[in-house]
Design a protein around this ligand. Structure first.
Ligand code: S3P
Length: 427
């Protein structure tokens, strides 16, 4: 795998648009596949993870045609997916595997799901338990905790589940299984997590309602075919936002980014830190809030974050550790235990690698503590084959003195294959 070398950037400015949001793209591909009629998904994510979803849906008999970043999906309706001829390989993608468990639980065929080494280490009992407790037949390795998973599709009846962890993937899997259930379906989440599935089901005409943290499916559960326009991926935009804040220059404008409030925790935190980020042209596109972000270099101060904010920026926390090294004071992140079961143990990974670069950062059980500001120095860093760790460390390298080597940096393709080119276009 390729290593990437980065060194200090002296200016960042210009205008940029990003490929479509990964979370929204996965869901659009799945819902379009079970809709009646042809859907068009515009600005579909270029992430390898979303390609895994498309490959799995094709194996389930769905005709999908890709013309650059627009996807045409000939939906088969809820009841016409077909038994795959082979194992469904979800690659590195937790969202693919977990949402597919929901989608496949109520089919009249069985299927087997596998993933790469990282995905095979991630907890799948969080998906198996709720579905099995509600009538599904899903088994996994090592006491039903890990992939490969075998799903023997079965008729489902009533579904009710109260999530013990804040996870949109679990919530979404239960809702997708619920589309096939004969009875009442409701899910309760402990705090609000990203709500793309609910918004998209609503956009596709499915009866879905929310009362506090309880989400209920109504009578019509057949999604309709639609044109979807996927907003730019805010989790990829985050790295550019950080560069705009940390590196002097003019304004950096990131156009047409998804600003769903369940995803904008980083913007909330950066604002508290004293960042200068303006949002304009706010609008709703395919039922998702979208806007342009205009970012300027700013002096930052430390923050203390935890609680209900964490799910709104869970994927951005390794990057926040990098940003905190340049902020005045002590930043504390807590309640983020979930970070330990992502593509890597992201608490251990970011703390170990930023230490190599001279940061004052310590690991805690459920987060980290950073004292800043500290000038970073170039180092040879491991990406842990985790896309978000590779991109967070690249940002650190672009602010550091000397050269930073990111080992196996092509893992950025998991969420943003064009990451280094995008940064190159504004520096
Ligand atoms: C995702 C939900 C989050 C997030 C992941 C994508 C999704 O995971 O970390 O990158 O698309 O639903 P959890 O649901 O495990 O919190």
């Amino acid at each position: 795998m390729a290593d990437v070398r980065v060194s200090k950037l002296h200016t960042v400015n210009g205008e940029i648009s990003l490929p479509g949001d990964k979370s929204v793209s996965h869901r659009a591909a799945m819902l379009a596949s079970i809709a009646h009629g042809t859907s068009i998904i515009k600005n579909f994510s270029t992430a390898i993870d979303c390609q895994s979803t498309l490959d799995c849906m094709r194996q389930l008999g769905v005709a999908i045609h890709r013309d650059i970043n627009n996807i045409h999906v000939r939906g088969k309706g809820l009841r016409a997916l077909s038994k795959p001829g082979d194992v469904l390989n979800c690659g590195n993608s937790g969202t693919t595997m977990r949402l597919l468990c929901g989608l496949l639980a109520g089919q009249d065929f069985s299927a087997k799901l596998t993933g790469d080494a990282s995905l095979s280490r991630r907890p799948m009992d969080r998906i198996i338990k709720p579905l099995v407790n509600n009538g599904a037949d899903i088994t996994g390795e090592k006491d039903n905790r890990f992939a490969p998973l075998t799903i023997n599709g079965k008729a489902l009846n009533n579904i009710h589940y109260e999530l013990p962890v804040a996870s949109s993937q679990v919530k979404s899997a239960v809702l997708l299984a619920g589309l096939y259930a004969g009875g009442a379906v409701s899910v309760v989440e402990p705090v609000k997590t990203r709500d793309h599935t609910e918004r998209m089901l609503d956009y596709c005409g499915v009866d879905i309602s929310r009362d506090g943290n309880v989400i209920t499916l109504g009578e019509n559960r057949q999604p309709g075919a639609r044109e979807f326009v996927v907003p730019g991926d805010i989790s990829s935009a985050a790295f550019l936002i950080a560069l705009g804040l940390l590196i002097p220059g003019g304004a950096l404008c990131i156009k047409d980014v998804g600003i769903n409030p369940t995803r904008t925790g980083l913007l909330t935190v950066l604002e508290k830190m004293g960042a200068d980020i303006r949002i304009d042209n706010e609008r709703l596109v395919s039922n998702e809030p979208v806007g342009n972000l205009i970012v300027r270099n700013a002096k930052l101060r430390a923050v203390d974050i935890g609680g209900a904010l964490i799910p709104k920026l869970i994927d951005e926390l390794p990057l926040l550790a990098v940003i905190a090294t340049q902020a005045q004071g002590r930043t504390v992140v807590h309640d983020a235990l979930e970070l330990r079961v992502k593509e890597s143990d992201r608490i251990a990974a970011i703390v170990a690698e930023l230490k190599k670069m001279g940061a004052s950062i310590e690991e805690t059980g459920d987060g980290f503590i950073v004292d800043g500001p500290t000038p970073l120095k170039g180092a040879e860093c491991s990406s842990y084959n985790d896309h978000r760790i590779a991109m967070a460390l690249s940002v650190a390298g672009w602010t550091a003195d000397g050269e930073t080597v990111i080992k196996d940096a092509d893992c950025v393709g998991i969420s943003c294959p064009e990451f280094f080119d995008l940064v190159g276009s504004v520096t």
